[in-house]
Each structure stands twice: as structure tokens, then as C-alpha cells.
Design a protein around this ligand. Structure first.
Ligand code: PLP
Length: 411
């Protein structure tokens, strides 16, 4: 086991040792920050330092940490009842209210929600729904995609290095180049579904052309393949609209969500039409079950978070955040800032510069991150509620860190 990089950590030794001894982790160098508490855009560490969270726990804490409305909803629901029965048997108000809230903001073909615990489970459910509903087995995904780490989601994740050690995965999966119209001809009458993120997150914040999205929708319609949009990362205002698909003018047959959905609590879902969901009710009944999916406390938190998101127009604020970041992040070492809203990637010249800049920012109190597949792209995904002066300060720190790292390299 590789030990946590001491340079990187701001921890109490005892707790760090117990972290290393008793916890399984898969990062080769975990950041190892010891969190005391978190509030708004701030992470408070055990050594009394505070750090600006510019990645929102990887696109989760869109309202900032510990939003009072969410905390109150959690408290109230936990006191009323927690788990009472496996999913879909009892009528539980937080689930029903949340499903209805979503339906009222989604197109007529996306009116029924099946709750899960996470993003990967949402995608597992979506793939099963598509296979059973169409009676077909072939599945198509795209290079550079990330859909989760359970076997089904991993099978449709377009990054060979993560698939290879776990083969054989699901059969009958084809991975096509992303954003290439000609490749869409591979979608055929045997295809149950095509899954894509509207904007690829872990693949490096890649935005496809509107034209490609429309061609994808058209090819699915021609062949009867179901189109699944994985909005686990892009959902809930992060890209400037409640869901990213709204910006492309293309509606999926199945929508999957998680991450920011739960307002900081674990929650996911796959959403489709009532008619499609019939497929999981018969031959055999209970074709898809979950014990904890749609936990009432998570659903109560999600509903509170959604009310804040909508009432405070946070998707619009995401666009203002983008504008501000783009204005401030100008530096000869920045090749490009790409993405939409508060889902941005800052491309730097090389991996060493990237790693050192991210490290230096952390030392200066700004938490940035990488995307899974790229070591030259700095992830920038702040809470949508981040005060502008805090955001500006974080951007200034990034620019100063770039200057300092460049300076160090020269000397
Ligand atoms: N889909 C996308 C687009 C993601 O970014 C992620 C996680 O990063 C997942 C699915 C998996 O979600 P989870 O980690 O909740 O299983």
C-alpha cells in the first residue's frame, strides 16, 4: 500500500494512521484532508485551516455544504421515519413528492421515476429497462464516457484501461467514437439502447455538437434503440439549465441522475415513461428491486435542495459563474477553459504543471481536482451558491499558483 503523501496532508497523525490501517481506498495518493466540518463553499479542516471547495465533492454539493434547508429536511424526516420497507411497496411521502416535483419539470415522456442510491445504480437500472423493454441485447456507448463502476455501467464506460482488469464484462456492447456523426450508423435494429452523457465529465469536459446530438436522436428513432442520457454529473443546474439535455433540444427515452440530486445525501434515479416501466413489473414481477433506493431521508433532502435550486434560480447563477471564471482565468499557461456553466475544465500545457498547480492551490487554500481520464485538465466545479468574492479570490489564487509554478520551473 502506498502511503498518503505527507506533503499533501493537513492531518492529525493518529487519525491519518487509522485511515491508512482500517480503510480501503483506491486512490494511489489520497488527499487525506481531515475534515472537521463544512459550510457553504468552505471545508474546515481539523488544523483550523479552511479551504474553498472548487469541486463540490465532485459535482455534488451544488447548494454548498450544509444548506440549512437541507439540514432541516434531513432532521425532520429522520425523526419522522427512516427505512420502513424495501423500495416500491409502501407509500412514502418524501418519495412521492420528489417524483412529482421532477415530473412537473420534465417533458411528458419522462414522468415516472425509479429511485436508486447512486449514479451507477441509476445506469444499471436504465440498461436493464432498455433491454427488457425492447427485447434486444446490444448496447452502445462512446469513447471517453464514464457511467460508473459496477459491472454493467463499467461495460458501457468507454475507457479500456478501467475495463481490462475486469473482463469479461457484459457481452454485446460496442463503444463508438464520441461526437462523430458517421459512426452513428453502427446503431441498428438489434440495439437496445445508446447511453451517453450530454457533456462528458470524466472524459475531460467534452461538449458534443448540437448537430451530433440531433443525429443521435434521429438514428435511435430510426432503429428503435432507446436513448439514455446520463445526467449524473451534468444535472441539477450545473451546466446552466436544470438538465443539460435542454440545451441540445433533444429528449432522451431514459434519463439517469444522481450526485447533486440528493442535496448531499446519497440518491440516484432513472426516469422514463409509465408505459416503459411496465416492462420491469412483469415476466417476472420485481424485475428490478432495491432495499435502500429512494431512502426517505435522502428524498426529503433532495426535495428541499430542489426547491432552493429552483427558487434561487441557481442554473442561471451557474452561467454567471462561468462568465466570471472565464474572465479571470487568463494566463499564458492556460490552453483552454472548456465546459458549460459551473462544469468547467482548465486545460494546462502538461501534466507536471497541472499537478504542481493543483498542489500549490491546495496549499494556498483552494481545492481543485482532476477528471478521471486526463492529467492536464483541472476540474472546476464550485457550488452554485459560491459568493462571487470567494470565487474571484479562488481564481486569483489559481493565477498566482500558475505564476509561481512557472517561476519555480524556470529557476
Ligand atoms: N455517471 C457519470 C456521468 C458520473 O460522472 C458518475 C460519477 O462520477 C457516475 C455515473 C457514477 O456515479 P456514482 O459514483 O454515484 O455511482
Amino acid at each position: 500500500m502506498r502511503r498518503i503523501s505527507k506533503k499533501n496532508t493537513l492531518v492529525m497523525p493518529l487519525l491519518q494512521e487509522r485511515f491508512e490501517q482500517f480503510m480501503a481506498w483506491t486512490s494511489d495518493t489520497p488527499l487525506g484532508l481531515v475534515i472537521d466540518r463544512a459550510e457553504g463553499p468552505w471545508l474546515y479542516l481539523s488544523d483550523k485551516r479552511r479551504i474553498v471547495d472548487m469541486i463540490s465533492g465532485i459535482a455534488v454539493s451544488s447548494l454548498g455544504h450544509g444548506h440549512p434547508a437541507v439540514v432541516e429536511a434531513v432532521r425532520e424526516q429522520a425523526a419522522r421515519h427512516m427505512h420502513v420497507m424495501v423500495y416500491g411497496e409502501f407509500v412514502q411521502r418524501p418519495q412521492v413528492d420528489l417524483a412529482e416535483f421532477l415530473a412537473r419539470r420534465l417533458p411528458p415522456s419522462l414522468q415516472v421515476t425509479y429511485f436508486t442510491n447512486s449514479g451507477t445504480e441509476a445506469n444499471e437500472g436504465a440498461l436493464k429497462l432498455a433491454k427488457k423493454g425492447t427485447g434486444r441485447s446490444r448496447m452502445i456507448a462512446f469513447e471517453g464516457s464514464f457511467h460508473g463502476d459496477t459491472h454493467g455501467s463499467l461495460s458501457v464506460t468507454g475507457r479500456d484501461v478501467y475495463q481490462q482488469p475486469f473482463r469479461p464484462l457484459l457481452p454485446d456492447v460496442d463503444i463508438l467514437p464520441f461526437n462523430q456523426e458517421r459512426a452513428l450508423q453502427a446503431i441498428d435494429e438489434r440495439t437496445a439502447c445508446v447511453i451517453t452523457e450530454p457533456i462528458q465529465g470524466e472524459g475531460g469536459v467534452n461538449i458534443p455538437e448540437d448537430r451530433w446530438m440531433r443525429a443521435l436522436r434521429a438514428r435511435c428513432d430510426e432503429t428503435g434503440a432507446l436513448l439514455i442520457f446520463d445526467e449524473v454529473q451534468t444535472g441539477f443546474g450545473r451546466t446552466g439549465t436544470l438538465f443539460a439535455f435542454e440545451q441540445f433540444g433533444v429528449i432522451p427515452d431514459i434519463l439517469t441522475i444522481a450526485k447533486a440530486f440528493g442535496g448531499g445525501m446519497p440518491l440516484g434515479a432513472f426516469i422514463s415513461s409509465a408505459e416503459r416501466f411496465q416492462a420491469l413489473r412483469r415476466d417476472p414481477p420485481l424485475s428490478h428491486v432495491t432495499t435502500f433506493g429512494g431512502h426517505p431521508v435522502s428524498c426529503a433532502a433532495a426535495l428541499a435542495a430542489l426547491h432552493v435550486l429552483v427558487d434561487e434560480q441557481l442554473p442561471v447563477r451557474a452561467r454567471a459563474i462561468e462568465e466570471r471564471i472565464r474572465q479571470r482565468l487568463r494566463h499564458p499557461s492556460i490552453v483552454e477553459v472548456r465546459g458549460r456553466g459551473a462544469m468547467l475544465g482548465m486545460q494546462l500545457r502538461n501534466a507536471d504543471l497541472t499537478a504542481r498547480t493543483v498542489r500549490r492551490c491546495l496549499d494556498e487554500g483552494v481545492l481543485l481536482g482532476w477528471t478521471l481520464y486526463s492529467d492536464c485538465l483541472v476540474r472546476i466545479a464550485p457550488p452554485l451558491t459560491i459568493p462571487f468574492d470567494v470565487l474571484d479570490g479562488a481564481c486569483d489564487t489559481i493565477i498566482q499558483a500558475l505564476d509561481a509554478v512557472e517561476q519555480d520551473t524556470r529557476t
